[in-house]
Design a protein around this ligand. Structure first.
Ligand SMILES: NC(=O)c1ccc[n+]([C@@H]2O[C@H](COP(=O)([O-])OP(=O)(O)OC[C@H]3O[C@@H](n4cnc5c(N)ncnc54)[C@H](O)[C@@H]3O)[C@@H](O)[C@H]2O)c1
Length: 330
C-alpha cells in the first residue's frame, strides 16, 4: 500500500512538546516534510532535545499559534495540520484561566482562520482531551456521553473542538477532533507533577522515591502509550470519511492508580507506593473513573492499540534512564 505521508507537507503545532515531537519523528521516518511551530511555553513540554533524532530534518519555527501573521504563512502548502499546541496543564488552567482561554480558544481560532484564508484544503487534526466529558455517568465512555468538564482546560478544549467542527461544517474546512485519554511515553516533560501523571510516577520510581497515590488509589484511568496514539492520529488523518466528527482515543481498559503505581515499581525495580491525601487543587479538577469506548475509531479506521501497559512503561523507563539529564531539570 502507498505510504500517504511520503512527500506530504505537514505542520505540527506544539511540535516540540511530547506528542508533537514523537509525531514529527514518526513522520520524518515516513518521508514527510515536517514543519514545527512552538512557543516554548514555560513549564510545558517544549524541549529541543525531543527532536534530537530528526535534528536538521525538520523546520522549526519558534512562534505562537495566536500570531496570525505567523500562522497565515505557516499553513500555506500544507497537506496536514496536526494541532497539538495548547495550554495543557490542568492545575494551571485554574490558576491562570485567561491564559488557558487565550491559547486554547483564540489560538485555535487563529489557526482555523489562517487555514480558511490561506489553505482551505488542509486536513486539520485537533487533539482534544477525554477531560471534555468530565465526571463519567457510565463506563466505558462513548462519544455520546454528556460533556460536563470540571476544569477550565477541559472547557477550552471542548470549545476549541466545537470551533473546528463549525469551520468544517460552515466554512468547508476539513477538520477532525480527537478526545485523547491519558497518554504516556518518552519525551514528556518530567519537571513537575501538574500534568502527565504516569510519567511523573516513573520519575518518582527512577529517583527511588515514594510514588504519591491520592486517596485509596481506586480511581480508574485509561493509559495509552504514545506510539499507539501516533498510529491513531495517522489513521484518522488518512481516513477521509472521518472528517467532521469526534473520536475517542484510548485503550478501552481501565487500571486503578494503585495498580498503576505497583506496576511501575515492579517494572522499574525501584520506588515504592505511598498513599497521600488529595490536595485541594487536585480534588477540584478530578473527574473520577474514566475508561474510553474506542469502538468508533476502530470501526472508522481499523486502528487498534497494541502495546501492553507494562511494555510501554518498560520503554519509557529505558528512555529516561538514558536521557534523564535532559528532562529532570530545565
Ligand atoms: N498528553 C496527554 O495525555 C494528552 C491527553 C489529551 C489531550 N492532549 C492534548 O495533546 C496536545 C499536546 O499535548 P502534550 O502532552 O504533547 O503537551 P506538551 O506540553 O508536551 O506539548 C504542548 C506544546 O505546545 C506548545 N505551546 C503551548 N502554547 C503554545 C502556543 N500558544 N503557540 C505555540 N506553541 C504552544 C508548548 O510549548 C508545548 O511544546 C495538547 O493539545 C493536549 O491538550 C494530551
Amino acid at each position: 500500500m502507498k505510504n500517504p505521508f511520503e512527500n506530504a507537507n505537514v505542520l505540527i503545532t506544539g511540535g516540540l512538546g511530547f506528542i508533537g515531537s514523537n509525531l514529527a519523528i514518526r513522520l520524518v521516518g515516513l518521508g514527510a516534510n515536517v514543519t514545527l511551530v512552538d512557543n516554548m511555553l514555560p513549564r510545558q513540554g517544549g524541549n529541543l532535545f525531543n527532536i534530537e533524532p530528526v535534528k536538521g530534518k525538520v523546520h522549526v519555527n519558534f512562534s505562537d499559534i495566536r500570531n496570525a501573521l505567523s500562522m497565515n504563512y505557516l499553513v500555506q502548502g500544507k497537506d496536514y495540520v496536526f494541532h497539538l499546541a495548547g495550554q495543557v496543564n490542568h492545575v494551571d488552567s485554574m490558576r491562570n484561566p485567561i491564559q488557558d482561554l487565550d491559547i486554547n480558544c483564540k489560538g485555535t481560532l487563529v489557526l482555523l482562520e489562517a487555514c480558511h484564508h490561506n489553505n482551505p484544503d488542509a486536513r486539520i487534526i485537533f487533539a482534544g482531551t477525554r477531560g471534555e466529558y468530565g465526571k463519567s455517568v457510565h463506563l466505558p465512555v462513548d462519544e455520546e456521553h454528556p460533556t460536563n468538564p470540571v476544569g477550565i482546560y477541559a472547557i477550552t478544549n471542548l470549545t476549541a473542538e466545537k470551533m473546528v467542527l463549525v469551520y468544517h461544517n460552515v466554512k468547508g474546512l476539513q477538520g477532525v477532533c480527537l478526545r485523547i485519554t491519558n497518554t504516556f511515553g518518552p519525551r514528556h516533560q518530567m519537571m513537575h507533577d501538574e500534568y502527565g501523571v504516569l510519567n511523573w510516577f516513573i520519575r518518582k520510581a527512577l529517583d527511588d522515591e515514594a510514588i504519591p497515590v491520592f486517596g485509596d488509589g481506586a480511581i480508574l484511568r485509561d493509559f495509552l502509550y504514545v506510539d499507539d496514539l501516533l498510529d491513531g492520529l495517522l489513521a484518522i488523518a488518512t481516513t477521509p470519511g472521518a472528517y467532521g466528527d469526534v473520536y475517542n482515543v484510548g485503550t478501552g481498559r481501565g487500571i486503578s492508580f494503585r495498580e498503576l503505581a505497583e506496576t511501575i515499581v515492579a517494572v522499574a525495580g525501584q520506588g515504592r507506593v505511598a498513599h497521600v491525601p488529595f490536595t485541594r487543587e487536585r480534588k477540584e479538577v478530578e473527574p473520577g473513573d474514566y475508561v474510553a469506548d474506542i469502538r468508533k475509531i476502530q470501526e472508522a479506521t481499523g486502528w487498534n492499540p497494541g502495546i501492553p501497559l507494562e511494555e510501554g512503561i518498560r520503554r519509557t523507563v529505558e528512555f529516561y534512564r538514558k536521557y534523564r539529564d535532559h528532562y529532570w531539570k530545565r
